[in-house]
Design a protein around this ligand. Structure first.
Ligand SMILES: C[S@@+](CC[C@H](N)C(=O)[O-])C[C@H]1O[C@@H](n2cnc3c(N)ncnc32)[C@H](O)[C@@H]1O
Length: 853
């Protein structure tokens, strides 16, 4: 077959060069090699017939792989160069003559394998009628049924077409196992595929019609391909189960763009073709050249024309529109149809160039129906696009909803949800208090955490503002969700629970400790950043959110001295007492409770007095807790601050009482991290003083500006925004030991052992009770004797409870004890050991004793 020069190069792939290198006559050799690798039929064959064998590469492979002295017979229309260990001849496999020659070569033998790699391409074009190819397959199968031994193998090439399924059905009637495969060396662009049929059933009688192509490939009316569906619904690909169209081997079709513009059925073309091109061929095409130069033929149109199979509805729409424009320009739709011409094309949808009365060429007007149809189709396309968009949106909403549920169930954290533009409540949810309430944001609002910048002069920046609002809303929502998440986590986490209990025991200051106290924040922020609370009038009027109203109304007025609450608190310290120019005491004393000034965002708890000796414990507790939190990978930011050191009172006894009370209610929190243990060691050994520890905590992290940052962010960031203290090896070791001891006596096991002990004791007591009752009720003993006997029983029971376990005797196996079961004179448990082991164990014990002593 003459292969076009252009395509020839592409065909020279690695298998071509490999075949050359290995001395195979054709690259097809690798197909058989790969098929045999998968199914291994050649090694087991002693006789093989190769139908359509020229130039003989399959015969080469067979000769290499089959056992020596195997019989290999090859036949082809083309002559096959002689090859050692094989017999080949020229012949047509469809003829009786060829059958007779094969019979002559095989004599009484039966073939174990028949292979067929035929293609009806001799001297003609490669693209041949599939029918003749399938016919060739049927002919080869006919020969196979004649020469194959029972259980033999038939390998054949089949071009996928609507008839290949019929062929497969026939194979399945004759063979036990039929598998279709495409070896890697078979080009993807080729429609060829291979059937490996194993286990020939060797039927005694075979109806000649069974292998007759006339009957085998009987035609069934095929439904016309719905090209419109292909164009208007390109995403919905329909599988072509009956293989490729007849004769459609290349599977690639193109037409000129001008053909498309002129075509009567553009949709059919778009559905069928792979490409529209502007290439000039042969004598040239004026219409195509004009179309190529049209300004409407944009780069996008050209790109779409390149590969029609990858286009979507939008692109098809673009091409159809471009076609209509081109037709307008070319006048296909402008000129009036002359009556005579109209008569000629009546009933024909095609735009026919007809000859007018004047003899000049006129274009027949395309029926308006088509135009309307296209418009309707475009409309339909648009609608279905909108529908799919709506579907996507609904899916997205559902996904968001699921994420929230997942988070509420502690399956995910808010940070995993991601910052989404609209938030899970939808775009209009910003000021809907009902929704706000539902999501728990009301709580946040009532704490006064919603802020909006009141800068009326910047009203023109509406876009930015709306973005800010979105951000605020999103933050609030996230805060609410995070709060919920934290609450659930707190319920779960024993350590956090313990901490909460302690805080409550210290006087229910959790509100303060939680920080973000509405009042303070509001005051601080109103003076700091020029931010105020939301204008709540409107909300309360409409929705009656009284709580929100009340809360915000109670916020303190801005300080007269112009200081923020935080600054004022800072300057309240004793350190600044004697420094002139700072007079803040009166106002703050009068208006604020010192406890309220404990700010979470600063991370500093205010100590207005000098520390008491007991502070050490409090401080240590703070570190302990802090560390344990960190060790638990939970948030450190919330605990990152040092716990409040209570102010020293003049009456120290009162203080002691209070402390005692606190101690009683305080749950004992163990030192469980190496960091806490290091600190404990240092404190215990005096390497670090309490003051140093306090000073240490005024570091770069303690004065972080956390104003306005969301809680979840702070919690997460807190893990890292804290000072990491060095850990000593001794502390790490101590923690390790502690952990090991804990692991060695798991609480469950200890409890079980205790329960067993109690149960045994109860049983003994029961027995004792019964016996003593029996004794007491009996008449044969005097009262004195009865008392003595019961006393004895009780002593015995007591003894039994403290009965020691009998030690296991170690007996040397050997001598009189060799292989005779229980050694003589040994009671209770024993263990047989060999002499060497006993000596070694004793020596080891001695050595240990010596070292200890
Ligand atoms: C792809 S080639 C076979 C290559 C071969 N398997 C090899 O390894 O070298 C297909 C062959 O089928 C042969 N063929 C086509 N129709 C035939 C027929 N009716 N009888 C015999 N051979 C035929 C052609 O002559 C052609 O050589």
């Amino acid at each position: 077959m003459a292969i076009q020069k252009k395509h020839a190069k592409a065909r020279l792939d690695k298998y071509y060069y490999l075949a050359k290198e290995k001395g195979y006559r054709a690259r097809a050799a690798f197909k058989l090699i790969q098929l045999n690798k998968k199914y291994g039929f050649l090694q087991q064959s002693r006789c093989l017939i190769d139908l359509c064998a020229a130039p003989g590469s399959w015969m080469q492979v067979a000769a290499e792989t089959m056992p020596i002295k195997s019989l290999i017979v090859g036949v082809d229309l083309a002559p096959i160069r002689p090859m050692p260990k094989t017999i080949s001849f020229q012949g047509d496999i469809t003829t009786d003559k060829t059958r007779a020659i094969i019979r002559g070569h095989l004599k009484t033998w039966k073939a174990d394998t028949v292979v067929h790699d035929g293609a009806p391409n001799v001297g003609t074009a490669w693209v041949q009628d599939a029918f003749s190819q399938n016919e060739l397959v049927l002919c080869s199968l006919k020969l196979a049924t004649e020469f194959l031994a029972p259980n033999g193998t038939f390998v054949t090439k089949v071009f996928r077409s609507k008839d290949s399924a019929k062929l497969e059905w026939i194979f399945k009637q004759l063979f036990d196992k039929v598998e279709q495969t495409k070896p890697p060396s078979s080009r993807n662009v080729s429609a060829e595929t291979f059937y490996v049929c194993r286990g020939y059933k060797a039927p005694k009688h075979l109806d000649p019609k069974f292998l007759d192509s006339k009957y085998a490939f009987a035609e069934v009316e095929e439904a016309a391909v719905n090209m419109e569906a292909r164009v208007f619904n390109p995403e919905k690909k329909k599988r072509k189960r009956d293989g490729y169209d007849e004769g459609d081997w290349t599977q690639f079709h193109e037409a000129t763009a001008s053909e498309f513009v002129e075509a009567a059925d553009p949709i059919e073309m778009l559905g069928r073709l792979n490409r529209l091109h502007f290439r000039q061929e042969g004598a040239g095409d004026i219409a195509l050249a004009a179309l190529d130069k049209l300004p409407q033929t944009t780069e996008e149109v050209r790109l779409c024309c390149q590969d029609l199979k990858v286009l979507g509805r939008k692109e098809f729409k673009l091409l159809l529109r471009w076609r209509l424009k081109a037709r307008d320009i070319f006048g296909f739709r402008v000129k009036k149809e002359p009556a005579s011409a109209a008569a000629t094309v009546a009933g024909n949808k095609d735009d026919v160039i007809a000859e007018g009365a004047s003899g000049e060429e006129v274009a027949v007007l395309e029926p308006m129906d088509d135009e309307l149809r296209y418009q309707a189709e475009l409309q339909h396309m648009k609608e279905s696009q909108d529908k799919s968009k709506r579907k996507d949106r609904r899916k997205e909403n559902e996904r968001k909803q699921k994420e929230i549920v997942r988070m509420q169930m502690n399956m995910t954290t808010p940070s995993e949800i991601g910052i989404e533009a609209t938030g899970p409540e939808g775009a209009d949810a910003t000021f809907r208090l009902k929704d706000v309430d539902k999501t728990g944001i009301a709580k946040q609002l009532s704490r006064g955490r919603m802020h909006t910048a009141v800068e009326p002069e910047k009203k023109e920046e509406t876009e930015e503002e709306s973005e800010d609002e979105d951000g605020d809303r999103l933050e609030t929502e996230l805060d609410a969700m995070y709060q919920e998440y934290s609450e659930k986590r707190q319920d779960r986490d024993a350590k956090v629970k313990a901490k909460r209990l302690r805080i409550q025991a210290q006087g229910g200051e959790d509100e303060d400790f939680e920080g973000f106290s509405g009042d303070e924040d509001a005051a601080a922020e109103s003076s700091d950043d020029g931010l105020t609370e939301d204008d709540d009038d409107e909300l309360s009027d409409e929705d009656g959110e009284d709580a929100l109203m009340t809360d915000l109304a109670e916020r303190p007025a801005p300080r007269k001295d112009g200081l923020t609450t935080r600054a004022a608190t800072f300057f309240q310290q004793d350190l600044f007492k004697d420094i002139g120019g700072i007079d803040i005491g009166a106002e703050s004393d009068g208006e604020e409770d010192p406890k309220d000034t404990t700010e979470r965002d600063s991370g500093i708890d205010v100590d207005s007095g000098s520390p008491s000796p007991d502070d050490e414990e409090s401080t240590f507790a703070a570190f302990d807790d802090d560390d344990s939190e960190a060790g638990d990978n939970s948030d450190a930011s919330s605990t990152g601050s040092i716990e409040e050191v209570p102010t020293v009172d003049a009456d120290s006894s009162e203080w002691a009482d209070e402390e005692e009370e606190q101690d009683k209610s305080r749950p004992s929190i163990d030192i469980i991290t190496a960091e806490a243990m290091t600190l404990a060691h240092q404190l215990a050994t005096g390497k670090v003083t309490k003051q140093q520890l306090l000073d240490d905590n005024f570091n770069k992290y303690s004065l972080r500006d956390v104003d306005g940052l969301p809680e979840w962010f702070l919690d997460d960031e807190g893990k890292h925004s804290r000072r990491h203290r060095p850990i000593t090896a001794a502390a790490a070791q101590a923690i390790k030991e502690k952990q090991r001891a804990l692991n060695a006596r798991p609480i469950k096991k200890v409890r079980e052992a205790k329960a067993r002990k109690t149960f045994r004791a109860a049983r003994r007591l029961e027995k004792l009770k019964k016996k003593s009752e029996g004794l007491a009720e009996g008449d044969d003993l005097s009262e004195k004797d009865k008392g003595r006997e019961i006393g004895k029983l009780m002593a015995k029971a007591k003894k039994g409870s403290s009965k020691k376990k009998q030690p296991v005797r170690v007996v040397v196996a050997g001598g009189s004890n060799k292989g005779k079961g229980r050694p003589r004179g040994v009671k209770g448990k024993y263990k047989m050991v060999d002499k060497r082991l006993k000596t070694d164990v004793r020596a080891e014990k001695r050595l240990k004793k010596k070292i200890k002593g």
